[in-house]
Design a protein around this ligand. Sequence first.
Ligand code: GCW
Length: 679
Amino acid sequence: MNRTVLYIVFSLCISAGCLKAEDGSRLWLRAEMTAQAQVKANRESPTITVAVEELKTQWKGAPVQLHIHRNKKLRNLGKDSYIISGDKQAGITIQSGSDIGLLYGAYHLLRLQETQNDNGVLQVEESPAYDLRLLNHWDNLNGTVERGYAGYSIWKWDELPAKISPRYKEYARANASIGINGTVLNNVNASPDILTEDYLQKVKVIADILRPYGIKVYLSVNFSSPKILSGLSGSDPLDTGVQRWWRNKIGEIYRLIPDFGGFLVKANSEGQPGPQDYGRTHADGANMLADALKPYVGIVMWRAFVYNPTPEDRAKQAYQEFIPLDGKFRDNVIVQVKNGPIDFQPREPFSPLFGAMKHTALMPELQITQEYLGFSNHLVFLAPQWKEFFESDTYCNGKGSTVAKTTDGTLFSHPVSAIAGVANIGQDINWCGHHFAQANWYAFGRLAWDHGLTADEIADEWLRMTFTRDEAFVTPVKEMMLDSWGAAVNYMMPLGLHHIFAWDHHYGPEPWCDIPGVRPDWLPRYYHNAGEEGIGFDRTTGGSDAVSQYHAPLKEYFNDIATCPEDLLLWFHHVPWDHPMKNGRTLWDELCYRYDTGVQQVREFQKIWDRMENYIDGDRFRHVQSRLKIHAHDAVWWKDACLLYFQTYSGRPIPYDIERPMHELDDLKKIKLDLRHHN
Ligand code: GCW
């Protein structure tokens, strides 16, 4: 072949996809599918076929045996558990009591291959922390995604059921590889239409694709569906006509999808209908649905995210509404509680419901999508935030009663344990908008499986699989990831500040935001309370008394300004500007230094990243580099906006050794972003 021919062959090869572009579409599953491993199983099923195929095409070691076993040990370990034994040279056995356990074992083996240089002798025993590990999609039926920053919904409802996007299977595979075993397809602000026959046919198609990967489908339902869809006079849960309607509807769903998971419900919250519209309680509503789902072993996940426009502290309301109902829910109801008492803020204390509702199964709800953390522009690795949450001590059963233990079945025993994460997935080629946002999807799955993993371990795995195993890349970039959540807290809302976001879209700072006629708890002033004397929300016994919802001795720690953790100081206290902090600075100075530290941290991320150019592909390098520019710009914007605004109250100078503001406050106040395309 002469040179020209070679060149033509080469170009054709590129355009035909011989060299895969690193566009992020393969997520952390980038192993070449060119291996030819010997893999045998002692049983056949669609799930085992997936496991065999994954190993055959990617495993580069000795023959693998997949073995379904019903022995006592595996039975004790539980349904999704697996044991891997053997060694890379002689042969490997994966044993499980279930087909899905074998698939999880296969992904585990492949993960070891992709992340470690040496996997000699293997002895692995794994079982998940939570039984149900779910994604919640806030995806609307018109294709938009509420708080979604990665394009339109991956569920192409207008094309279904006839046309099937290849993404559904890729989605199933990615989730199974990290142990996720359920997905709520639609927004909790639910359209009743999801329960129409047309939509259920579409849902069935998705359920059929996800099934071999061990993923069950669930739906968010609108509590008024009986009234809206069938013209009943109302949707009162104690009305027998309404109950019959739900029984029939649920029967129809299970005829199409025999392993349907159940319902997720947002009721009497932010304008959504619910049982209280009929003078009934959350328990009445949840139990009515639970009774109808029970014969099919379906569950109800009932959200505790509720607050009314009353003078009562918003942080207290979920507890006040749900504690009286403790013990009144059916055993197939799980109350789904956001990690904090307000709303996915950069940093919150854990919700006091954890550990307090001892007779009701509770499932944590984490937010993977970065509604309050810079959308898909800021690089914020969330595992450290979630670890802080899991490890928070509720003291409900003495010292060491961590949030994790109150929900994973260790301290309280309920038929199932569960956890949910609000997905950050969309149609973008890299799924999540920012390449590093994939790490949050990954981390959620890994922690739902094992909340004992460290953020460091998770970042390490993810980097090696997603980019490269080169230590010169992994070490600094991992450090950047591990620092990134703390940095975001610093430049957005340090020391326990919260909810000082711009109106509605929640992207930038707007601590001054004031909209006449709007309910007070939707405005930043309600949360920061800045005045000439100081700043912060007084939730002590002398204030709103939210501290008393925590178990002793935590409530006393939080209540006393001397023992309250400084990271949560302004969450629980209204503090004078001159209050001395532990390091000797005044509160005002410390606030300034924290904001400045946040900015400096992001600048450091830029420097770390720019040094990485030669270790990875150009496309992803440039994409992340460009996002980091926005990130750094925004960090300065946050710092200037908050410090210049709070300075109008503190009347004190910004310490002279920190970077000077670059903006005029009046200019910052004029910024009005039109971010409607984002949701
Ligand atoms: O965080 C708030 C969001 C809403 C969301 C709501 C909820 C789905 O701003 O967009 O609605 O919480 O969790 O129900």
